[in-house]
Write a protein that binds this ligand. Sequence first.
Ligand code: MG
Length: 227
Amino acid sequence: MAPQNTASAAIDWEQIDHVLVDMDGTVLDLAFDNHFWRELVPRHYGALHALAPEQAWERLLPHFRDLQGKLEWYCMDHWSELTGLNLAALTLQSRERIAPLPGSDAFLRAVRASGRGLWLVTNAHRDSWQPKLAHTGYGVHFDHILCSHDFGAPKEDPRFWPALRQRHFFDPRRAIFIDDSLPVLRAARDFGFAHVIAIRHPDTSQPVRVVDDFEAVDRLADLLPIT
Ligand SMILES: [Mg+2]
């Protein structure tokens, strides 16, 4: 079945000055992160502490659950300390698996060509976003690369967007925000973006998700053409 292209039909590009996009699961394939956190980290953590991978995962899971939605959840320093692993080094070692989602490049180029502002807004820690953008070469697409660690709150926190906008002015009523995280999208909707769009297929190793609460597309390229 062809993907339903509900969002593009609803966007009046004439009314949009800024396009703000998430990184993992929106521009880049979340398959890397799922592999990294669910397989590589438990495997290395298990090897370090003499645990089977399943035992290692069971020991790590409560920590993941506790911190979900908090800035520490996205903090590589925190996880390196907790696990005893050098996660920045592990990210670099596994960088061959970092990949864009299909069609991301075409979408980002089209936004740039249209003259609109294009900002990357991520919860990823610098030890994660820097090697990812270096490996893909995608840093060049963006006017700004904005990381929630520099604003004191993650994107799902109501304090995030006002803090960002104080330093980087834009009019949310003339802006689009695209992300794969529903809590993040809710906070953006509450902040007053003209369009808040969900990505249905953030991880190519998983099936497409059903998203009910938001305008949604399978991938960024489904929002083309930009007029
Ligand atoms: Mg994401």
